[in-house]
Design a protein around this ligand. Structure first.
Ligand code: 3DU
Length: 216
């Protein structure tokens, strides 16, 4: 994997061999791989270590439980070689603190707003509170929507120094260059890459769109 890329690829595939094959094809040109329940449920926790042979793996488990359970889930990811983990923040500071403590050196990213329309129903009205709480707990970064540039800018402005990862790119309507221009550090894309006829070409297209913004 490379620090020159601002792209995190969501490998939401239900066939582990396909996920491994795709990782092999694209890993040199991306910043990290993100995995989520669809792959983890089929492949088992060992897939974290297998994919880690290609570099950084972020486990998007959107943890949302009591502190003890959060801690058990997080230590499991850590013991299996995860580089980062994604947790919900709405469960409160004790639950979030448990993830951060169990993570040790692993990066922890908290969801403070989401990219789907339902995010407007509940979570978006407390996004700034979630952000403030997560910063008090010394979070590494947050997840903020790459397809809602107004929300993204609010989070960028209030979250100085935080790493911002943005899904909502591609199929969900967001544009990678716009997301970076409005405050994302890294964009997350899944379907637009793994469903493409030419995944590596798609990775290169996103990388070049993003670098044209960064290097200006
Ligand atoms: O829409 P895509 O196929 O590019 O996948 C986006 C990934 O990011 C997917 O794993 C999804 O679960 C995750 N995600 C969001 O899409 C939106 C969020 O607010 C948080 C995570």
């Amino acid at each position: 994997m490379t620090d020159n890329s601002r792209l995190i690829v969501a490998l939401d595939l239900k066939v582990p061999d396909k996920a491994m094959e795709l990782a092999r094809e694209i890993h040199r040109e991306i910043f990290a791989i993100k995995i989520n329940w669809p792959l983890l449920m089929v492949a088992g926790v060992g897939i974290i270590r297998e994919l880690s042979s290609y570099g950084r793996v972020i486990c998007d488990l959107k943890i949302a439980d009591i502190p003890n359970t959060n801690s058990l889930i997080t230590s499991n990811v850590k013991e299996n070689g995860g580089w980062g983990i994604i947790t919900h923040a709405f469960t409160g500071s004790d639950s979030l603190a448990a993830v951060i403590e169990a993570a040790g050196e692993m990066k922890v990213f908290a969801v403070v707003s989401m990219s789907h329309p339902g995010s407007d129903q509940f979570i978006n009205s407390v996004s700034m509170d979630l952000l403030e709480m997560a910063m008090k707990e010394k979070i590494s970064g947050v997840i903020a929507p790459g397809n809602d540039l107004v929300m993204l800018r609010r989070i960028r402005n209030a979250g100085k120094g935080l790493m911002i990862l943005s899904p909502g790119i591609g199929v969900q309507g967001g544009n990678p260059a716009d997301a970076i221009r409005n405050g994302s550090d890294y964009v997350i894309a899944g379907r637009s890459i793994y469903n493409s006829e030419d995944p590596l070409g798609e990775v290169r297209r996103i990388n070049s769109a993003v670098s044209s913004v960064i290097h200006r």
